[in-house]
Design a protein around this ligand. Structure first.
Ligand SMILES: N[C@@H](CCC(=O)N[C@@H](CS)C(=O)NCC(=O)O)C(=O)O
Length: 208
């Protein structure tokens, strides 16, 4: 049994989607980030930077923090979405999500969605970078069915919940044909739809 400590955010959804994809049983412990649950002593013991998501794998007696590390752990444990021969390619797209796509779109959320009007520099900078990311992903998906190649992998699972915030991004997902094709294909997966609902029973990936 896996315990998932999480919140309803793109990083949180990566792991519920993965757990649904591999068919593992899991329970969800909601970490209320607005109330500061992440700073509680017990949570800090399993999350040194006070961030969700974290999993506790009770069968293997392991706690894992960092969504990329959790995805790799679950992929290796289940033998799914991270084939050995494809790992070099998957790692690149996964790390690009962890180090670039997520953090930059996250800043765009801060300046454009949560705090518009506070910093023109911040708004313009992250809007521009976010548009660039859409373009770059679109170019990749013109050449490749999924991010790391022909197969759906943990790189797609990591990236999808971020693009699913496209309404906040105001970039116009529909204008990016290949990114939209990928987005719809991933959205239509049953496990993705289930994983998306892990905190709100009626939530679905928004249409492009
Ligand atoms: N690199 C981390 C980022 C996780 C992250 O930023 N989590 C946010 C929510 S999406 C969080 O827990 N924020 C609470 C805080 O920083 O106080 C990962 O991918 O797991």
């Amino acid at each position: 049994m896996i315990e998932l400590f999480s919140a309803n955010t793109p990083n949180g959804k990566k792991i519920s989607i993965m757990l649904e994809e591999i068919g593992y049983k899991y329970s969800v412990v909601k970490v209320d980030l607005d109330k500061g649950d992440q700073f509680k002593t017990d949570f800090k013991k399993i999350s040194p930077f006070s961030k969700i998501p974290v999993i506790v794998d009770h069968d293997k007696k392991k706690n894992i923090f960092e969504s990329g590390a959790i995805l790799i752990y679950l992929a290796e444990r289940s033998g799914k979405f991270y084939d050995k021969e494809d790992r070099l390619e998957v790692n690149q797209w996964l790390m690009a999500q962890m180090g670039y796509v997520g953090p930059m779109l996250g800043q765009h959320h801060q300046f454009h969605h949560y705090n518009p009007g506070k910093s023109q520099f911040g708004e313009e900078r992250y809007f521009k970078i976010s548009k660039r990311i859409y373009q770059e992903l679109d170019e990749r998906l013109y050449k490749s069915k999924f991010l790391s190649g022909a197969k759906y992998t943990i790189a797609d699972i990591a990236t999808f919940p971020w693009i699913a915030r496209h309404e906040w991004h105001d970039i116009g997902l529909k204008n990016y044909k290949n990114l939209t094709r990928w987005y719809l294909e991933v959205s239509n997966r049953e496990a993705v739809q289930k994983g998306f609902k892990f905190m709100k029973s009626n939530e679905v990936p928004p249409k492009p």
